[in-house]
Design a protein around this ligand. Structure first.
Ligand SMILES: *Cc1c(COP(=O)(O)O)cnc(C)c1O
Length: 241
């Protein structure tokens, strides 16, 4: 075990450097700014030590998919921007409202209204992304592309403590990431369409798509925020949590 841990040290840094090189290469090819794509390190199941190692290697944004893990690790991790990227139950919003920089997984007005209420109580504006389930997979959360415009309009109308910063999508897992290119393209089109709405609480800045398996394709299709776990930290071991 010790030895394994020893091996892992150093690899986190190297892995991060590899991903940064890759994203710079892809953006350069597309004539985009090399700093345009934000790397969010997905730290679910990882220890505070591992996360701090990633932060020492330059990571400034981390993503968790469970409220409990954010609460457990928040005080042990160096100062960094936390992203809630997983499904969020309304009754748990209150635990993270003052901890996270952005919530990626807004897919209902009910959830948005709870975020709005808690943000108002805390005296803050909360950044959110709308989660779009472009492939309409039953196993995934998120709204359909058709529902996206309506939800955005409703949030703008009813939620004065929310800033809509963009869209998020989780593509279906495919061994060959080329298979999901079309979904990324669809969500990028929505991002262009709704990003042009002029409203003081709509400020599209993030198109959150791409994970370890498909981030290269996602960036090629216009993503500017990738959520990467396994490619930084190795395979997750859920039983070891
Ligand atoms: C776990 C997770 C990721 C990262 O997945 P990897 O395949 O480990 O890179 C990204 N986004 C969400 C929403 C996740 O839950």
């Amino acid at each position: 075990m010790r030895q394994e841990e020893g091996l892992r040290v150093g690899r986190i840094k190297e892995n991060i450097e590899d991903i940064i090189a890759k994203k710079e290469e892809i953006t350069a090819k597309a004539g985009r700014n090399k700093d345009e794509v934000l790397l969010v390190a997905v730290t679910k199941t990882r220890t505070a030590e591992e996360i701090n190692e990633a932060i020492d290697a330059g990571i400034t944004h981390i993503g968790e998919n469970k409220v409990q893990e954010i609460m457990d690790k928040f005080d042990q991790v160096k100062r960094v921007n936390w992203h809630m990227i997983g499904h969020l139950q309304t009754n748990k919003v209150k635990y993270i409202i003052d901890k996270v920089y952005m919530i990626h997984s807004v897919d209902s007005l009910k959830l948005a209204e709870e975020i709005d209420k808690r943000a108002g109580q805390s005296g803050i504006m909360m950044n959110i992304l709308i989660q779009v389930n472009a492939a309409e997979e039953e196993s995934k959360f998120g709204i359909t592309t058709e529902e996206t415009g309506m939800l955005i309009q409703e949030i703008l109308k009813r939620c004065p403590h929310i800033k809509i910063k963009g869209l998020m999508c989780i593509a279906p897992f495919e061994d060959n990431p080329e298979e999901v290119r079309g979904y990324f393209r669809q969500v990028k089109e929505l991002y262009e369409q709704f990003g042009s709405i002029s409203h003081e609480r709509l400020d599209f800045q993030y198109l959150s798509m791409g994970m370890s398996n498909d981030y290269e394709v996602a960036i090629q299709e216009g993503s500017n925020l990738i959520r990467v776990g396994t490619a930084i930290f190795g395979e997750r071991n859920y039983s070891n949590k």
